[in-house]
Design a protein around this ligand. Structure first.
Ligand SMILES: Cc1ncc(C[n+]2csc(CCOP(=O)(O)OP(=O)(O)O)c2C)c(N)n1
Length: 342
């Protein structure tokens, strides 16, 4: 049966609104440390997570908020966690990167590549304790050459483990472009390990859903792991306050903060040759341009789903989004008005 785009859009939009609220709280200084959002990845996450069943597991990386929300974690517990509160999902000790929802068999880690071994562990346990279940491993392109991830893929094939390896490829690992760090073709790599692999446009939630359906069926039937390579963008750059995006969004502030140190190092009497300095400066400018391309709303998965739904029933779409916005507003208000628990 084809997926219901209304349901998938609602999942994606809930996640988007929640992360917009998180962004607001972070800029207010009420969340300490870094904050990596999944804005731009929702098409990939919704297309896959919406098909999980009881007993399935998720091993997540530093962008764990959308999958956890879509799997049903209490958003208030998540927001409290990010704010470091003792009544948060992990008693305020995990922050946004190290989350654990035992009832949903979901765990995240900020160690790049660690979702591979964690998913293999989930799948190994699932094979004997929850036959027919699967484990997801979500990771970015920056993790694809990590030894532990490649070892996990190999082990999953050898032991025929029901793992779905999902690469959410935005073509960047912080400021390192994938073309300078990832050799070969990721689909061919996975196939070389002996697992079926698909490449899909992560902006298109329906396309992801369809590929994931085949991958999940295969893993549940005992055929071993599968690999999904999905392309996406990150609308907020690598993390909130991303320096490259900041140069575009707050040029005056950025010039004050970064312009003078950059000029000083550029003009230093000792150091690199002039040609190298100019090349470095050019590299920074081209990274800023690339960061802007990452935030192109034409590539937003919500723009994609909205286009189809608007054509079908604009009033229904407006109402759906209004309701979700209102619920998120109430959630945020209640989180911000709470005192610390005794
Ligand atoms: C083992 C390890 N090395 C380096 C880092 C620092 N680090 C955090 S996020 C990141 C980039 C990850 O890029 P990617 O996997 O493509 O995910 P994205 O942030 O683009 O979603 C790096 C290098 C880390 N957390 N863990």
């Amino acid at each position: 049966m084809p997926p219901d785009l209304w349901d998938l859009h609602a999942l994606m939009f809930k996640s988007r609104c929640f992360e917009e609220a998180v962004r607001q709280v972070w800029w207010q200084g009420k969340i300490s440390g870094e904050m990596h959002l999944g804005m731009g990845e929702e098409g990939i996450v919704a297309g896959i997570v919406s098909q999980l069943q009881d007993g399935d597991a998720m091993a997540l990386e530093h962008r764990g908020t959308p999958p956890l929300l879509m799997r049903g974690v209490d958003p208030l517990a998540l927001l409290r966690e990010f704010m470091g509160r003792p009544d948060g999902l992990c008693a305020g000790m995990g922050g946004h990167m190290h989350l654990f929802a035992p009832a949903l068999l979901a765990a995240s880690s900020g160690i790049v590549g660690a979702s591979g071994p964690a998913a293999v562990g989930f799948a190994l346990a699932g094979q004997s304790q929850r036959p027919g279940s699967v484990a997801l491993a979500f990771f970015g392109d920056g993790a694809t050459s990590q030894g532990m991830l490649l070892e996990s893929m190999n082990l999953a094939v050898v032991w025929k483990l029901p793992v779905i390896f999902v690469c959410k490829d935005n073509a960047w690992a912080i400021t390192t472009p994938a073309e300078g760090a990832v050799g070969g073709n990721l689909r061919a790599r996975a196939e070389a390990f002996g697992m079926p692999a698909w490449e899909v446009d992560g902006r298109d939630v329906t396309a992801v859903w369809q590929v994931a359906q085949v991958a999940l069926q295969s893993a549940r039937a005992g055929n071993g792991p599968a690999f999904i390579w999905a392309h996406c963008i990150h609308l907020e750059g690598h993390f909130l306050g991303d320096g490259l995006l900041d140069m575009l969004r707050r040029p005056v502030y950025s010039l004050q903060k970064r312009g003078w140190p950059m000029l000083k190092s550029f003009l230093r009497p000792k150091g690199a040759l002039w040609g190298e300095r100019i090349a470095s400066l050019r590299q920074v400018l081209s990274n800023v341009a690339a960061a802007q391309a990452q935030t192109n709303h034409h590539d937003d998965p919500l723009t994609f789903s909205r286009r189809s739904l608007k054509a079908e029933d604009p009033a229904r779409l407006a109402q759906l989004e209004k309701d979700i916005r209102e619920k998120t507003r109430q959630l945020l208000a209640s989180a911000l008005s709470e005192g610390q628990p005794a």
